[in-house]
Ligand binder design. Sequence first.
Ligand code: IPE
Ligand code: IPE
Ligand code: MG
Length: 240
Amino acid sequence: MNVPHHIAIVMDGNGRWATRRFLPRVAGHKQGVEALRRCVTACADRGVGVLTVFAFSSENWNRPVEEVSGLMDLMVVALGREVPKLSKDGVRLHFVGERGGLSEKIVAGLVQAEAATAHNTRLVLNVCFNYGGRWDIARAAAQLVARGEPLTEINLDRAMALAHVPDPDLFIRTGGEQRLSNFLLWQGAYSELFFTDRLWPEFDEAALDEAIAAYQQRERRFGQTSSQLAGGAGRDRQAA
Ligand code: IPE
Ligand code: IPE
Ligand code: MG
C-alpha cells in the first residue's frame, strides 16, 4: 500500500489531557514526549521517511510563564534523554524554527543533537520549535532579497526551513481543533488533512494506522481531474 513518505503532525491536546486528570498542564507535555517517542518508532516501522512535528509555535510564547518555562525545561530534558535512543534507531534530527529567542543552553542542545544524528538515514525527524509558517515564508523572502535573488516560487521553496525534505503528504492534527495554527503554510499546499479528536498523549499506533488508512483512500489530484489520473484524459475531452 501507498505509505505517506512525509507525515506532519500538530501535536495538540496535551493541556486538556492533563487538566482532565487534575494534573498540571506540563504533565501533559511530558506525556506528549512519550507519545512522540512511540510515534517515531511506529513511523519508522511503517516505512515513513520523514516526520515533521509541531512542538512549540511562535505564538506559544503568549502562554503563562510557568508553562513556557516548563516547556523549555522539558526540551532540555528530552534532548538529554532521547537523542542517544533516537540515534540508535537511525533517526536524523532537524530542529526548525527561530533560534534567536531560545536560551543558549537549548540552542547548544539542538546543534549537538543535529550533529550527533547527522549520519542516520532511517527516518528524518523535523521538530518545529519556535516555528511559525509566516516566520518561515518571511525569513525565506528576506534571505532572497538580501542575496539579490528574484522572489520566485522555486527560489522561495529552496530558501524555506524544510528545503531538505519534500512537502508533507499527510497532515495530522490531534486534539479536535480543525485549523492550521500557522503550521507549514507553504509546504502544506497539497497535503491531505486528517483531524482526530484524540488528544496527543493518547495518539498510539492504532491512531497512526487510522490516519494512514484515511490517507490511502484519498485521491490526490493536484489540480487534475479524476480521469486524467486514471490515464483517461481523452474521455474528459469527449464528454466536454
Ligand atoms: C499542544 O498541546 C502542545 C503545545 C502547544 C506546546 P496544548 O498545550 O495546546 O494542549 P491543549 O490544546 O491546551 O489541550
Ligand atoms: C499549535 O497548537 C501548536 C503546537 C501544537 C505546538 P496550539 O494549541 O498552540 O494552537 P491554537 O492556539 O489552539 O490554535
Ligand atoms: Mg492546543
